[in-house]
Design a protein around this ligand. Structure first.
Ligand SMILES: [Zn+2]
Length: 352
């Protein structure tokens, strides 16, 4: 197996919110230092690479975002004054900082599109809360949706998005809600208990896109066994049915039990399993995959959890990934019902 490229460039650190905001660019640097010391790099299972191809511009942003919105954010970024939502201020230079994040995401795509790799990782990407004309949840634009549109322009027809961030990707879901060429699946904390408050089982898409959105909400306290079942009983079977020619994944370490912003209980071994499921999905579909990693707000856990995801992608049993399960038994039993419901709803459209 060829080493998995991990795209990293120091310029992504500029995507950093001011003051006491939890999304800081320094997190990326901490991770890359940790990864460099890990056996994954030392044993050539993955390699850290820089950006590939030309930097993106307004043209790529407009694949998804309205020209008015792009201009408005650019203006706010020039002045450093502007608030897209209560948690998403537009700091000075935010526009250019996002273009660096997008460059990372497009580079991961280019690594698989050129045939250089079957799975590639883009550090900094996964800003899934921004919609066509809005930004929120620390996301000023949506690189997940942009790379999907970009890949379609280059000839990839059917794309499966697997969003394993603790928060549901409302922006990505909105953008593709009526689009049958992009399947959106999200595993996230119950929207009744966490921002953004979307991602209910019955939200399955509309019009031609009906049946092409799948939401799997997890109760607070859910952990490894819930993820394992959601992956095995819903995610992988849907990939098999949909037969994508490209898989785009996004997430990070915010489902970890120590994360200060969420109430899930995933342990490090669970992140390893998520990574492995990305590789499995690519194998099942016979299609390349990219994974975009950005979330996680416990800075001690973040480098370890992100490394465990990558260890899972290359199926390497890293020592730090062997944390015992931490999920609450009552959460696991409550999830039984949700899982049954999700399967019932998806069976209307797919033979899973
Ligand atoms: Zn998140």
């Amino acid at each position: 197996m060829k080493p998995v490229p991990i795209v990293y460039d120091d310029s992504i650190k500029k995507y950093s919110f001011p003051g006491t905001h939890p999304f800081k660019g320094s997190r990326f640097e901490k991770f890359i230092r940790y990864l460099k010391e890990s056996k994954l790099v030392k044993e050539d299972l993955c390699k850290i690479i820089g950006f590939i191809g030309p930097p993106p511009s307004e043209e790529e942003l407009q694949l998804v975002h309205s020209p008015f919105y792009v201009r408005r954010v650019a203006e706010m970024s020039r002045s450093g004054i502007g608030l897209l939502s209560i948690d998403t201020p537009v700091f000075k230079g935010a526009y250019e900082a996002f273009l660096s994040i997008l460059h990372s995401t497009l580079s991961a795509y280019r690594a698989i599109a050129s045939g250089e790799a079957e799975v590639a990782v883009g550090i900094g990407g996964g800003l899934h809360h921004a919609g066509r004309s809005y930004g929120e949840g620390f996301c000023i634009f949506n690189d997940v949706a942009i790379v999907a549109k970009y890949a379609q322009k280059e000839g990839f027809k059917k794309i499966f998005i697997f969003d394993y961030d603790a928060h549901q990707g409302n922006g990505t879901m909105d953008i593709f809600y009526s689009d049958p060429t992009v399947f959106y699946l999200s595993i996230h904390q119950d929207p009744l208990t966490l921002y953004p408050g979307t991602g209910f089982v019955e939200q399955v898409g509309v019009g031609e896109g009906e049946g092409y959105t799948c939401n799997i909400p997890l109760p607070p306290g859910a952990g490894r066994s819930c993820y394992e079942r959601a992956i095995k009983e819903v995610f992988l079977p849907l990939v098999e049915c949909f037969k994508p020619d490209l898989i785009i994944c996004n997430g990070g370490s915010d489902p970890h039990y120590n994360d200060p912003l969420t109430m899930l209980s995933l342990d490090l071994k669970g992140f390893w399993l998520i990574g492995r499921s990305i590789r499995e999905a690519a194998d099942v579909a016979g299609a390349p995959a990219i994974d975009l990693i950005a979330s996680g707000y416990d800075e001690e856990i973040l480098p370890r959890a992100w490394t465990c995801i990558i260890a899972g992608i290359v199926s390497f049993e890293e020592e730090p990934c062997s944390e015992p399960p931490r999920e609450l038994p009552e959460a696991a039993s409550a999830f039984e019902n949700t899982l049954r419901e999700v399967k019932q709803v998806m069976k209307r459209y797919w033979s899973i």
